[in-house]
Design a protein around this ligand. Structure first.
Ligand code: AP5
Ligand code: ZN
Length: 203
């Protein structure tokens, strides 16, 4: 499958992408993860870090290159974090074909709570949450860190950037008839069940 997972910051794209990839044997293509792994790469626009820590979009020229490299290596995939504006929609349209376009719908209050409480294991990249999902292993618990862009003021900026740049992307896929809206609230298991029903209900 070629699956696109859309949704605001904190909607659970990374969490659900991981499960979809394990269940259907797909590659997780996340432009956010790829950029975090290359934060200090020098580009003619500056480093990705300078944009990400401010909650802004990294310039299309940089992200498109990252995306192209990741898609070339992937066969079946779950794409998360791209496209974030209408120019990126066009680029993606030329690069690949999609089987599913899912939108994880979550209320703003819940997004803020999920993002400010997120903790990341720097060794594995796994996401946890101080309230909803902490690891049992004390060694892991002690090494968890907060993502640089999860401080409350940056979270608010990211949500604004989303509303301005990425909501038109959602609208675009609604107009083409491809958008499948999935309730993104409830437990990760609840959300995954809705997603896998939508994939399998189709076969
Ligand atoms: P990116 O990494 O893509 O961040 P994002 O879109 O803001 O999304 P998040 O990763 O914050 O949230 P998520 O939806 O994956 O939620 P998660 O599953 O982790 O992008 C980061 C930055 O990179 C951007 O700001 C930009 O600068 C740059 N960038 C990336 N792509 C770009 C592009 N295409 N163009 C330009 N710039 C780009 O869950 C969040 C938390 O909630 C976790 O703690 C998790 O444990 C918890 N949680 C998840 N599901 C549930 C649930 N059901 N119940 C309770 N808790 C839950
Ligand atoms: Zn993510």
């Amino acid at each position: 499958y070629h699956i696109l997972l859309l949704g605001p910051p904190g909607a659970g794209k990374g969490t659900q992408a991981k499960r979809l990839c394990e269940t259907y044997d797909l590659d997780h293509v996340s432009t956010g993860d790829a950029l975090r792994a290359n934060k200090d790469m020098e580009t003619e626009y500056g480093t990705p870090r300078s944009f990400m820590e401010a909650g802004e979009l990294v310039p299309d020229e940089v992200v498109n290159e990252v995306l192209e490299a990741a898609l070339t290596d992937a066969d079946g995939y779950v794409l998360d974090g791209y496209p974030r504006n209408l120019d990126q929609v066009e680029f993606l349209d030329d690069a690949t074909e999609l089987d599913y376009v899912f939108f994880l719908d979550v209320d703003r209050d819940v997004l803020v709570e999920r993002l400010t409480g997120r903790r990341v294991d720097p060794e594995t990249g796994d996401n946890y949450h101080v309230e909803f999902d902490m690891p049992d292993d004390e060694e892991i618990r002690e090494r968890l860190v907060q993502r640089d862009d999860d401080e409350e003021d940056v979270v608010r900026d990211r949500l604004e950037v989303y509303e301005e740049n990425t909501e038109p992307v959602i609208e675009h896929y609604r107009e083409t008839g491809e958008l499948v809206e999935i309730d993104g609230e409830g437990t990760p298991d609840d959300v995954f069940e809705r997603l896998s029903d939508a994939v399998e209900g189709d076969d």
